[in-house]
Write a protein that binds this ligand. Sequence first.
Ligand SMILES: [Zn+2]
Length: 323
Amino acid sequence: MAAAAPVSKIDGAAYLPLETLARENGLAYQYDPILKNALLTGPKGIFKTHVGAEFAWDGRRLIRLERKVCLSDGAVMVPESALEYLMPAPTPAPEPAVVSRPIRIVIDAGHGGHDFGAISRGLAEKRVVLEVARGVWQELEKAGFRVRMTRKGDEFIPLEGRVRVAGDDDADFFVSIHANASLSKSLKGFETYYLSEKADDEFLAQNRAGHEPFRSETAKFDLRNNELKAVVWDLKQEDNRRRSVNLAETIGRSVERSVSISNRRFRSAEFFVLKWTDCPAVLVEMGYLTNDEDEKNLKQPSYRRQMAHAIAEGIIQYAGRAR
Ligand SMILES: [Zn+2]
């Protein structure tokens, strides 16, 4: 049972000081007075909120609160009814039923149609990535995941269309598959990318200044027009980024283990599909078509199968841990 924290009345409603509640129950608590974000990590997982917001984020979904989170004498105050999300119920609940919803993954084969992507002597990125993406899709379906492909054939899908597939399908994560090219022919190796923090900070700064870096007809992008919703985006993106880093690392290590290609590690970038996907998202570059060794390998069907297997393995491992 939760140790008592003093209840205060604010505008006639019962509120609890989040920090005191955390301290008295030995829970981790952080507050960023600049961003006004508060994070409590309790037995029920994370509870992240923002002063002025009427909701909190539990790492998976938004929790609507009865009233707005506010500050009182410098302390972050949450409505008393939020306690059920912060602390375990007084009597032990029966084991929750196993979640039956299969994990949903979107596999995005880069480019397609008139967009060939990188081209080497006789090898177009759009074809290599589609073949590997199909291999990943088959392995993931076999492992019991529900997989959507952004394209199954040689067709052009705009970037927004790719992002929309993830949103429409309520995807748990998104993996975009590419092959790289460089003016430097010696550059080679496998790379995984996740969205950089810097990119997000810039996005938020632009957002706060009321700028609109991209225009889109979809409602999802209109989130930015509303400050409150921008905060939701902020909380979700931070959590998505943390998961994306893990996913990127796991895929990179899996490829390193079973494919003979140097793993050039994972790095952050500001790719459109990473920035606007509303779930953890990574982009893999399976080698450089402009490098003789990588190109020779990627031309081999057996190598492509190995690559698909290793990427799928990485995703399965990550999903197993995240489950
Ligand atoms: Zn590409």
